[in-house]
Structure formats: C-alpha cells, structure tokens
Design a protein around this ligand. Structure first.
Ligand SMILES: [Zn+2]
Ligand SMILES: [Zn+2]
Length: 328
C-alpha cells in the first residue's frame, strides 16, 4: 500500500459514515409516511373487497397461507423440480379461492396497486394481511431479505423506498414523477445501495455532497414531505450532519457498520451472496471478536476494518485474502 495516507483515508471513511447516517436519518424520516399510506391501502382493499362481494363489512381472514393464495407455478417464487414445487411443498394453492372470499381478492388488489407485474409474495405472510399492514407493505419491497422484518423500524432504507416506488398510489402524495427512472427516490435508492455495498467503506468529498443534495431534495418533495414533521426533522439532522454541527457518537458509527453486516447477512440468508460478500463479513466478524477480546477502541477497530477490507477485496483475489488469514 504505497499510497497509504491515514489522514486521507480517515476523511474518506468519515464521509462514508456520514453518508450511511444520512441515509438512516432519511429512512427514519420516511417511516411514518410509508406506514400511514400502506395502512390506508390495507383498509381500502378490505373495504372494497367486502363491498364488491357483498360480504359483511369488517370480515377478515387469517387462515389462508401464502402458498394457498399464490398460484403454482409463479415466476420468481416456485422452483419446480421433479414434478414438485419447492414453494408449494407443504401447502397447495386453493383453486376455489379463500373460504372467506378475502385473501385471493386481496392479492388481486395488491397486484393492481403494484407498479410492476410481480409483487414480492416470497417476503410476506398472507395470514396477516388483514391484521398487520406491514405484511402488505412487504409485497412492494424487493423479493428477498424482508420476511423476518416485523416493522418499518426493522426494515432498511432500500425496503422503505421501494414501497414508495412500487406502490403506484404514492404518486398522489409525491410531486416527483415516480415513473421517471431518474426520479429523486430512485436516485436515493441507488445511493443507499452504493454505500451499503461499498467495498472499501470510503466516499469522496464531491460524492458525499451530491448524496446530501439528493436526500435533502427527496425530503423536500413539495406534495407532502415538505410539510411533514418527521421528514423535516430528518432534513434538519441532515443539515447538521453536513455542517458538522451534529456530534457523531460511537453508537452512530457502530450503526453504520452494523447496517453493512445486516445487509451481508441478509444476502447470505437469501443465497444471493458472492465470495467477496463472505470475505467482507468474515473480515468484520474476525475483527469484532478481536475487538471484544483485546478491548480495542472503536477508532482502532475502524482503522483495522478498512485495512482488512482492502485486503479482502484487493484485486478480487480471494486466495490472497485467505493466505493473509492463515498467517495471522
Ligand atoms: Zn409452486
Ligand atoms: Zn383467506
């Protein structure tokens, strides 16, 4: 590492931490907005189903499983091998429909409300659609990694922002054209992913500036967010973060790293990981252990973490990384 300059490295790493925190604050600012809209969608769906089918208002169902409601085969969910489907192994699709006439109709409602043809049924538990609106929200998130996320708080930025992008009715409360591929929500989603999956945990000054600008713009959307207290509180925090008037505590720095760990664990759980992801998680885990054993302080930990990630990723040579581990 001939060009190793600790001061410069620190600056770039600090930028990364700031970027991660900016995304986390933005997510917190959007949570109530997303929760409310989805809850209203859930209630409207149930009302419409009852009205259109002549069912007594307030009727619910909690007996149909996702397998009962999702047809077989469904693209992206069913893997049929040797005549047997891995998704419908334990429970079959109910051709006759939900006995309470709710769940199959609810699925149609979700499908109609989704911007794309394939809602993420793999994430959701249909038995809770009538009682827990977050299970409905999961249909609008990416297809993997959200099954065990019980609330908006537990859900990451990517999940939250995907609900805004994929649930078409959000357009009523968003000035930005959500169909436009370069709309600010889409750009923010990319920023979030970029930070989380950064191999070196470093961000250039100019990039960070742009991230702040995009997230501030998002939280200022004139249709609703500009006058929403939660969004404006988040925006205020971003301003303080950008101007260095917000003290970044140890817990915040740890949060930034924990978010990366969570993202890696989710990827591995969903079987979507690559070797470099495992290397990265290894590097963090080994260091966590050492940190606990030797009682390293957080800045020592961070310094070491960046060095190890560099090793884990350098030229993409996994072998080199493994040899380094063996010689320790
Ligand atoms: Zn199937
Ligand atoms: Zn049902």
């Amino acid at each position: 590492m001939a060009s190793y300059n600790p001061k410069l490295l620190n600056q770039k790493y600090n930028n990364w931490v700031k970027g991660q925190l900016a995304v986390l604050f933005t997510k917190e600012g959007l949570e109530p907005f997303v929760c409310n809209e989805i809850q209203q969608f859930q209630l409207k769906c149930l009302d419409d189903i009852c009205y259109n089918n002549g069912i007594f208002s307030g009727t619910i169902c909690s007996s149909c499983s996702t397998e009962n409601v999702v047809k077989c085969p469904t693209k992206g969910i069913c893997i049929v091998g040797g005549g047997q489907c891995s998704f419908h192994r334990n429970s079959k699709y109910i051709l006759a429909g939900c006995p309470n006439r709710i769940c199959h109709n609810f699925k149609l409602g979700i499908q109609k409300a989704h911007r794309h043809p394939c809602p993420s049924y793999k994430n959701t538990d249909t038995t809770q659609w009538c009682s827990n609106s977050w299970e409905v929200a999961k249909c609008f998130m990416p297809p993997d990694g959200y099954k065990d996320k019980a609330s908006a708080t537990e859900t990451d930025f990517n999940g939250i922002i995907s609900v805004i992008l994929n649930y078409k009715d959000f357009q009523r409360k968003v000035h930005e054209n959500l169909k436009d591929e370069t709309n600010v929500f889409e750009v923010a989603r990319k920023i979030g992913r970029h930070l989380r999956h950064s191999s070196t945990l470093e961000v250039e000054d100019t990039d960070l500036q742009e991230y702040f600008q995009v997230l501030q713009q998002l939280l200022s959307d004139s249709a609703y967010l500009a006058s929403d207290t939660h969004a404006q509180n988040a925006k205020q925090k971003l301003t303080e973060l950008e101007n260095d008037t917000l003290v970044i505590g140890k817990d915040d720095r740890k949060k930034a790293i924990d978010d990366v760990v969570k993202a890696l664990q989710d990827k591995i759980k969903a079987g979507l990981d690559e070797q470099t992801d495992r290397n990265k998680l290894d590097a963090i885990n080994i260091l966590n252990e050492e940190c606990n054993r030797k009682r390293k302080n957080l800045s020592e930990y961070e310094e070491e973490l960046r060095k190890r990630l560099k090793t884990a990723y350098k030229d993409g040579k996994d072998e080199e990384y493994m040899n380094n581990r063996k010689s320790e």
